[in-house]
Structures are given as C-alpha cells and as structure tokens.
Design a protein around this ligand. Structure first.
Ligand SMILES: Nc1nc2c(ncn2[C@@H]2O[C@H](COP(=O)(O)OP(=O)(O)OP(=O)(O)O)[C@@H](O)[C@H]2O)c(=O)[nH]1
Length: 353
C-alpha cells in the first residue's frame, strides 16, 4: 500500500489546559465534510473532554466517532490500548478520512509517535503532523519556568542533578516532538509578551518548526489537517528527556496526581467558583475541570480551571434520568493532599447550608 492511501493522523499534544480540546472542537466544526474520527486520552477518570465535545451540539461531533482512552496516559498504554483501538477503527466499514488524537496534557508524545512504526498499523496509517498547543498565558506567568532559578541553584549545589522540574521537562518533551506549535490564548497576553514567548519557545523547538498564534484554537483547518509529513519516518531529534537519559524504557507518571471529588448540594455558582479558585491557590492545583449541578438550573455548568483562572458556562441541558451532581477532577504535581483539597472544595456546600 502506498503512503498516499494511508489514513492521515494528526496528533495533538500540549500541557494541561493549553487548549487542546478547544482546538479539536474548532477542527470538528470546520472539517468541511471530512469524516474525522477522534481518539481522546485524558488524565483523570471523569472523561470531561469527551463530554464537552459531545455536548457541543455540532453535527460533526458524532459520538460514534469519538473514542475515549481513559486507562492512563496514552504513552504508557500503547500496546494494550492504543494499537487495539486503532485496529478496531481501521476494521470499520466506514473508515474515517482523517484521525485526530488528543493526548492527555501529561502524556509524552514520543511513545505514541513511535507506535506508528509498529507493523500492526504501519501499512494503514501515517502521522500527518504533530501539533503542540502552548498556553501563552501560562508561559507569560512563568508557570513552566518559575522554578528555573531554584533548579539552577540546585544544579550548582549538586553537579549530578541533570533533571529539570517535571513540569518544565514535560513541556520541553512536548515542544521537541512538534511539527507545528500553536501559541494559543493570544488574547490573554500583549503582543510584546507574545514576541518574548515565541522567541523563548523557538529556542526549545527543533529548527524549522512553525509557530502559529491563536485565540481559542482558531487556526486554518485546511493547513492543520493535510501537512502530509509522515512524522513516524522522521523521529531523529525528537527524543524525550527520558529517552535520552534512560534509553527509552518505560517511564513513570509519579510526578503528577489526579483524583475526583463529588459535591452534593452546591447552591451558589459564585460561591462554588470562588471556593474552587481559593482551593487552587492554596494547594497549587494545576488543572481542575468537571460539571456542577445548581438548584433550579436545567443545564449543567461546565467548569474549567487552568491554574487559578476559573471559567464556567452552561454547556447542555441535563438529560432525563441523568444524575444531577457536581463532580470535579483535580490534577496537580504529586503529592496532592486529597483530604485537604476535598475539605476545601466542600466549603462550597458548607457555607451555603
Ligand atoms: N482566554 C482563552 N481561553 C482559552 C483559549 N483556549 C482555550 N481556553 C480555555 O482554557 C480552558 C482549557 O481549555 P481546554 O481546551 O479544555 O484545554 P486542554 O488542553 O484540552 O486541557 P486538558 O485536556 O485538561 O489538558 C478552557 O476554559 C478553555 O475555554 C484561548 O485562546 N483564550
């Protein structure tokens, strides 16, 4: 089979909350008749991303074309989950024109990219391009670089220390894997800040990688789908820190932790959002997302927090018979104090009682 007959696959990576799902939503809405199958992998057991995409109301967000891989990060479940999922997708009678994979914000893209050379799928699919979404607001606030001084100080105290912070390292691994970087959330920073961030990113990227600035993932879909790069044939220079240091053997996600909290009896939207923001600030939570049930509200409230920036909107009406509850997934660097964070979030109920 020639390369042109293979189904192209776009891999979307990028740190927690950078805007991957928002970009996918934009892609689906502007697919112009292209049948896109979507594989979503997320960290945390609630499956919020799929729910959000399924709730978008567009015809293109067909539930049967969305496959969720929720048993951990895709990079660690390539053999057990990813390859069988791809094989099942390729066996379908109505094969998709294009496949988009949204990795979890904590995934290393490298093991996934390498999997496209596995004989089980190599003759059928090819990577069209790897797109890394970067969060301009988080970068300008120094969220990945804020420990640089501390790390440098440690380095000079201990010449053996070759690790950077888990956050910074993962971010670099995602950047180095990119064929295209989308510098998203351009609306939250000034043009001068964008210039500085872009220069900083370029220093970390492979030479020649393109950068596109975006707001809410609004990029030219025709340019994004159709790069035709066969990335799996060009792996040199994309090695992760882990591959360089440990020869590519399995790696751990122990640096990060996630758990979910269910709250019964939330009464006020403002109080809930304020409580969430205070909890995030007090406990250094990196990402929080989920849905809330408010009394009398016919729709569920989708809640999104990236660092202390909390937003919420009613995404779709509750379905008949659906449990109306508030469920949130909390993600951060290990160790997260589950009990204290849960207690703090329960403040959203206590004060309203
Ligand atoms: N202001 C602003 N907010 C954005 C932009 N893009 C995404 N967001 C918001 O950022 C939050 C996170 O966006 P997602 O698309 O869910 O991010 P993600 O990368 O898929 O997150 P994870 O899957 O949890 O890693 C949501 O509240 C989005 O609405 C943007 O360009 N500008």
């Amino acid at each position: 089979m020639s390369t042109t007959e293979k189904i192209p696959v776009t891999v979307i990576t990028g740190f927690l909350g950078a805007g991957k799902t928002t970009l996918v939503r934009h892609l689906l809405a502007h697919a112009k008749g292209k049948r896109i199958a979507l594989i979503i992998n997320e960290f945390g057991e609630l499956g919020v991303d799929k729910e959000i995409l399924a709730g978008c109301g567009d015809d293109t967000c067909r539930e049967e074309d969305m496959i969720e891989l929720s048993n951990g990060c895709i990079c660690c479940t390539v053999a057990d989950e990813f390859i069988p999922t791809m094989q099942a997708l390729l066996e379908r009678e109505d094969r998709p024109d294009h496949i988009v994979i949204e990795t979890s914000g904590l995934a290393l893209p490298q093991p996934l990219i390498r999997a496209f050379n596995w004989p089980e799928i190599k003759s059928e699919v090819t990577i069209d391009g790897v797109v890394t979404v970067a969060d301009a607001a988080a970068l300008s606030e120094g969220r990945f670089a804020n420990d640089e001084k501390a790390v440098d100080a440690l380095r000079s105290a201990d010449a053996m220390l070759d690790h950077e912070t888990p956050l910074g390292e993962l971010f670099e691994d995602q950047l180095i894997a990119a064929d295209l970087v989308i510098l998203n959330k351009a609306d939250l920073v000034t043009d001068t800040q964008l210039d500085t961030i872009e220069a900083h990113l370029k220093a970390e990227m492979r030479p020649g990688t393109g950068v596109v600035r975006a707001r809410n993932g609004h990029v030219d879909v025709a340019a994004l789908l159709g790069m035709g790069l066969s990335t799996e044939d060009n792996l040199a220079g994309r090695e992760s820190h882990h591959e360089l240091e440990h020869g590519g053997e399995g790696h751990e996600h122990d640096d990060f932790d996630s758990f979910s909290v269910t709250l019964d009896g939330v009464t006020s939207k403002d109080h809930l959002l304020n409580t969430i923001e205070a909890t995030i600030r007090a406990h250094d939570v990196l990402r929080l997302k989920g849905f809330a049930a408010l009394p009398g509200a016919p729709a569920r409230l989708a809640i999104q927090a990236v660092g202390p920036r909390v937003t919420a909107y009613f995404d779709r009406p509750w379905k008949p018979g659906e449990a109306r509850q508030t469920a949130l997934v909390v993600i951060g660097e290990s160790p997260l104090d589950h009990a204290a964070i849960t207690r703090s979030l329960e403040g959203a109920i206590a004060a309203a009682a």
